[in-house]
Design a protein around this ligand. Structure first.
Ligand code: ATP
Length: 314
């Protein structure tokens, strides 16, 4: 057996199943209590669940009945006594890049986690392409989404290619298509030349690009990106932006959280600004600037106007 296939086989049986990996697979960690022990049997259970989830899914986005892809209304979520999201209402259009902006602790990740089905005890309503959307309980709803989590959810001791093959299998990509899908996503990540190198030898930017590619393998209709450019250099950031714009032009919709206003200004067609769990402004950057009677204001100025200048230590 070659070192490569040996490593990949091992990944399916004994590499750590971290919280990030579970998140990547859009599985609820709290429902997988046995995973933490990381024994072979538990790992197998996780993989079986992910695989059963993925292989039962075929999403047809051709029956497009509305320009709104995802709508979220009156979303509320509590951690104990702490209300982390309240009355959150917005919608993401087809082929739109929608930015969810806010200072630390504003509730962005909580909102994204409710949409991804990683948190289930929320109240409110969600619809996807005009249909009721229940990501926490319905596998086929989660399959419409790709998630690019804040923490890297890739294996450092596998190569870039091995990572994508592994996650393509778990995402239910048919064996006959797998080579093509992996090659396409390596190219998208700008990693074709480095595909046989171990991920632990990659720069932060290369790892971020692979983290993005791993979320796209099953061709989701909407990709949730949770601060995908944290800690990357300007070149990799630029590459990520260009990749996202390319994906958008190919029909994908994006829900993008970031602290970086210049990113949102460049990428997003529409933004919602969150503060202390609620949305305090929503619209195009120009509409938001007009709403504060400063038509020439950039997004950063609008953001500070709407969220205040005090420090956040949530
Ligand atoms: P950041 O930009 O720092 O990631 P965020 O906008 O994503 O922040 P959230 O992570 O959604 O904000 O947090 C919203 C609020 O909920 C914060 O007050 C945070 O402290 C709290 N919170 C988040 N996760 C938990 C948790 N697991 N248990 C208790 N409180 C939490």
């Amino acid at each position: 057996m070659t070192a490569r296939s040996n490593r990949l086989d091992k990944a399916e049986t004994s590499l750590p199943v971290t919280r990030e990996i579970v998140t990547r697979l859009l599985l609820n960690f709290s429902k997988l209590h046995s995973v933490a022990t990381n024994a072979y049997g538990d790992h197998r259970t996780l993989l079986d669940q992910a695989h059963a989830q993925a292989s039962s899914i075929r999403v047809d986005m051709t029956d497009r009945q509305t320009d709104v892809l995802l709508s979220v209304s009156d979303l509320e979520y509590r951690y104990g006594d702490r209300l982390a999201a309240r009355g959150v209402t917005f919608s993401v259009g087809h082929q739109q890049c929608f930015g969810l902006l806010g200072p630390n602790g504003a509730g962005k990740t909580t909102t994204l986690s409710c949409i991804a089905g990683l948190l289930s005890a929320w109240t409110g309503q969600m619809q996807f392409a005009g249909q009721a959307f229940q990501p926490a309980s319905r596998v086929q709803d989660r399959a419409r989404l790709g998630l690019v989590p804040q923490e890297l959810a890739i294996y450092p001791n596998l190569t870039a290619r091995e990572n994508l093959v592994f996650f393509a299998k778990l995402s239910g990509v048919a064996a006959a298509e797998r080579e093509q899908v992996v090659a396409k996503n390596l190219e998208l990540a700008g990693l074709t030349d480095r595909q046989h190198d171990l991920v632990r030898t990659f720069s932060g930017g290369m790892q971020r690009r692979l983290n993005l590619a791993a979320g796209l393998l099953h061709k989701p209709a909407l990709v949730l990106l949770d601060e995908p450019t944290v800690g990357v250099d300007p070149q990799s950031r630029n590459h990520l932006f260009e990749t996202l714009l390319r994906l958008k032009s190919q029909g994908l919709s994006l829900l993008y959280t970031t602290h970086y206003m210049e990113e949102a200004q460049r990428l997003c067609d529409c933004v919602a600004i969150m503060n202390e769990g609620t949305i305090v402004g929503v619209g195009t950057p120009a509409q938001l600037a007009a709403s504060i009677d400063q038509p020439d204001a950039n997004l950063e100025q609008v953001f500070l106007h709407l969220t205040g200048r005090s420090l956040r230590d949530a």
